[in-house]
Design a binder for this molecule. Sequence first.
Ligand SMILES: Nc1ncnc2c1ncn2[C@@H]1O[C@H](COP(=O)(O)OP(=O)(O)OP(=O)(O)O)[C@@H](O)[C@H]1O
Length: 761
Amino acid sequence: MAAQEAVDTVRDREIGIEQEHLDQVYRRLEEKIHEAEFLMNDAAQKGHVGTPGALAERDAQVFRAGVHLNRLNNEFEDFLFGRIDLLEGKDGVRGPDGAYTSVEPADDAVRADNTADIGETLHIGRIGVLDADYSPLVIDWRAPAAAPFYRSTPVEPGRVVRRRVIRSKGRRVLGVEDDLMRPELKAALDGAELPVIGDGALMAALGQARGHSMRDIVSSIQAEQDLVIRAPAASVTYVEGGPGTGKTAVALHRAAYLLYQDRRRYAGGILIVSPTPLLVSYTEGVLPSLGEEGQVAIRALGDLAEDAAGGVADTYDEPAVSRIKGSSRMLAVLRKAARGALDQPDTPRLLRVVAFGRRLELEENELRRIRQNVLSGTAPVNLLRPRARRLLLDALYARSGAAGRHSDPELAAELRSSFDEDVSTEDSFLGFLDAWWPELAPRRVLDAMGDEKRLGRWARRILNPGEVRRVARSLRRPGLSVHDVALLDELHTLLGAPARPKRKREYDPLDQLTGLEELMPVREETQRERAERLAAERTEYAHVIVDEAQDLTPMQWRMVGRRGRHATWTIVGDPAQSSWSDPDEAAASRDEALGSRPRRRFELTVNYRNPAEIAELAAKVLALAMPGKESPRAVRSTGVEPRFVAVAGGDLAGTVRAEAERLLAGVEGTVGVVVAMDRRAEAARWLDGLGDRVVALGSLEAKGLEYDATLVVSPAEIADESPAGLRVLYVALTRSTQALTVLAGERDLPDAAGVPDLLRD
Ligand SMILES: Nc1ncnc2c1ncn2[C@@H]1O[C@H](COP(=O)(O)OP(=O)(O)OP(=O)(O)O)[C@@H](O)[C@H]1O
């Protein structure tokens, strides 16, 4: 008891020490806020008067102050979250943030009797704060000096002796957790022995109940993850790792890191491509919690093309259809369709005009010849219209008999231009051109492909008749599917957008400061509008991050590739979770999108999501889905084995509901019920009235998400859905942080214990 009290006293004292530091940080921030308010008022009063240099300097100050203001107003849970106590550095040099730059300890930092003094203490937070004398009160987590907080391990401690995670809420420190990186050392801080409190900050983070949005992991990023987050943004950073290894988390933190490193370069925008709108809404809170929003667009694959009018495409084609629509064979079909769609059922077959007092006509054959001639070029169809117009005029002029009238070239040219002028302003000619060579919108071509006969013509020798029928039928349904969006985007390129006049903008010196728009409350409305407009106009990005990259189809890789032609890339994925039927084809398209850029490859090996008991079950499916592929190592175990149940009395709905209720009672947070795609709608009805902690999901929608508990309904149904079914089942089984129930239907051939045959040893 007495020992426990002593521990508690030390803990309270250490919390008190961190509290003092946090108080000091807040005092300094308040000072800065006063400065910020003064500067903002001053700026508002003076308007934009002054030399450009002075303006830029003032704006930079307002910007920095605005960052602090914004941060404080948001009352982040843990503004300050870490601390490292370090040995003296080797070179004794300090970096721009006031911390020693060396990661290696000085030669004499550890004495022969294994004692040492702490040479430097750094606090790590969401942004950096300097004291009035420029000493660092808090180091930004992305700064080089903060890297040892994440990188240091007992095997390679560098200068770190003690690594501390500080839990705080607003202005109050709630707790501290320490890890000793050099346990063999007797280290002293200000002459007293260095105390060590508790262990397992990471475990505490992992055990917390889940909500419907992802949390940042800034206080517990692990060394192998940190290497990826801080990898230099050259060419392509390629990250592979199994379920729950933090790929999504790492991708988001990397976006924040890149912005910190080089804000001006990434003013060109960072695009994060996510497979589903569900994953977008699950992850979109992470960047704001890291203080970054303005420059990063997180978009679902179904929301990437501009023509996707009517919002996000989130309907899915049946697997047999998406397999065709996603494949690179569609490219050849679309090329034909983009040209063939010029021929509509109501396309005029005769051109008749009056010129020089004569009636002139071009008949069907002549018109066809002209069209073929124009289309022999490779330019986008809409951009060929001027050439079509010219060839029509040429043919009409030839018919008029005026061509040989003058031998003098100047007179002949004059005659020709007055002919062109006459004809091309005539209503009948203009009306004909609009109908015969209409400006094609991508959507119009896609709709035309819904006509089975026409699609059959365009897809001859590319798709078989059964495939043509399926695709045409799917295109006649209202709305857009996720896979249609990549087709639309390809059509956009094939058709070409006619140049539109650019809108003029007023010059605003504040625009030079990227990110400022997010921070200036007085300008909020207009700046937000501006940000939205810029985002809408943006078609290329400076950095592209692809999450769940294993799922992109060849057509989707082409679509994403177009948005990052000059970009650097970060690609995260897991081939074992791919729902695309032909991973080799997709990999070839990915390589095409990335060109010859060199790649740096990283691997993440630790599963932070699933307890070992769940990971072990999922590994059985992995062995079937991808023999020989190794499972990531689960970092914790809960002692709770997965539960197996068979459908009771043929009542699937009733059993699902009862099992969902049981899970809801068992965990504090969220419950996901994963069913085969074609059961999505009924599953939502089964769960009616159980509250918003539980959601029904189609197997493909479960990508990237996680729940405290999951109920996987009929593994066999999910596995049989598509050629990639086993990999999709692997995804479904790896969504849970605590509890997993597997419900077996008849098709699962459960044994007496309710275990489906797919999951038996
Ligand atoms: N270093 C960490 N500290 C705390 N939590 C972590 C850490 N790394 C990952 N996690 C947590 O583990 C879970 C899985 O992370 P994430 O979703 O990024 O994995 P993933 O590799 O994208 O998984 P999947 O491939 O299954 O979609 C998340 O809850 C994440 O917050």
